[in-house]
Ligand binder design. Structure first.
Ligand SMILES: NC(=O)C1=CN([C@@H]2O[C@H](COP(=O)(O)OP(=O)(O)OC[C@H]3O[C@@H](n4cnc5c(N)ncnc54)[C@H](OP(=O)(O)O)[C@@H]3O)[C@@H](O)[C@H]2O)C=CC1
Ligand SMILES: O=C(O)C1=N[C@H](C(=O)O)C[C@H](O)C1
Length: 238
């Protein structure tokens, strides 16, 4: 498969290694400095684009791919206020768009268990629910996309909670997402149910970026010859 890497930072470089190891070809590497060269890529020379950039760049990149008929897999976070627009664009161009806030299979199992645990815990009002996400110091967005997806999984079972809130545990009507930034942490997410007498936790700790990259390459392979908007639940049948 001929893959265009849009974003050649920590993730782009890890995806390159994974893709080459699986026998794929990298047709181009787009970063901030050569962003204007994106328009040189067409569906005639690109089977899929894998986009991991920046909250301010993601929608523009995804739009370009959909308009050019290039199937696009995006993992960028912090841009989802435009997700519905991307979805419409995909439909208008009969394109293929795959999005996940987290491509690791382990995190998607964590999402699955998170929803199940929330469905059982909501009956036990003595437990206060909260999310902690910990990432490296270079991360530009907060809360993490994975933290927000985790919150959405809990909120689906907690109709009494009025959405999520960032870093405000005192606001008891909302689900708090606490963000911490520490050197070299790849990505840690912890869901806590805390009562006066005990605490229950569900955690996912990424040891490297390889799991994210493997999931993204798997999504690029899976999206070939498909049309529509997809996510990890579609691919993994979770
Ligand atoms: N869904 C998932 O599984 C995961 C998602 N992510 C998300 O992926 C994104 C990238 O993460 P990461 O690789 O760690 O970040 P990096 O900062 O290491 O890399 C970002 C890359 O995007 C490029 N870039 C920035 N702005 C633009 C632009 N306007 N046009 C084109 N390219 C641009 C940068 O170019 P330059 O170097 O020239 O500035 C760089 O190559 C983040 O949103 C992060 O949250 C991360 C891990 C897993
Ligand atoms: O920026 C990162 O590094 C990561 N971002 C994603 C997110 O915001 O959830 C996924 C992963 O946790 C790493």
């Amino acid at each position: 498969m001929r893959i265009l890497l849009i974003g050649y930072g920590k993730m782009g470089k890890t995806i390159e290694q994974t893709a080459l190891a699986k026998g794929h070809t990298i047709v181009g590497k787009i970063s901030h400095q050569n962003a204007e060269t994106l328009q040189n890529y067409t569906s005639a020379i690109t089977d899929a684009a894998i986009e991991f950039t920046h909250p301010e760049a993601a929608f523009v990149n995804i739009s370009y791919c959909l308009e050019a008929g290039i199937p696009v897999v995006s993992g960028s976070t912090g841009w989802l206020d435009k997700y519905n627009e991307a979805e419409k664009l995909c439909q208008a161009h009969s394109g293929a768009f795959f999005y996940a806030s987290n491509y690791s299979v382990g995190v998607n199992l964590f999402f699955h268990f998170n929803e199940y645990i929330a469905s059982r815990m909501q009956a036990y009002k003595e437990y206060q629910t909260g999310i902690r996400e910990i990432h490296h110091l270079q991360k530009v967005d907060k809360p993490s996309g994975t933290g927000i997806t985790t919150a959405e999984g809990i909120l689906a079972h907690y109709p009494n909670l009025d959405g999520w809130i960032a870093d405000n545990p005192e606001e008891k009507t909302k689900l708090n997402i606490a963000s911490e930034r520490e050197p070299d942490v790849v990505g840690t997410h912890i869901v806590t149910y805390s009562s006066e007498v005990d605490q229950i936790e569900l955690a996912h700790i990424a040891h490297s970026r390889t799991g994210f990259a493997e999931g993204a390459v798997m999504a690029a392979e899976w999206i070939q010859n498909r049309k529509g908007v997809f996510g990890m639940k579609d691919m993994l049948n979770l």
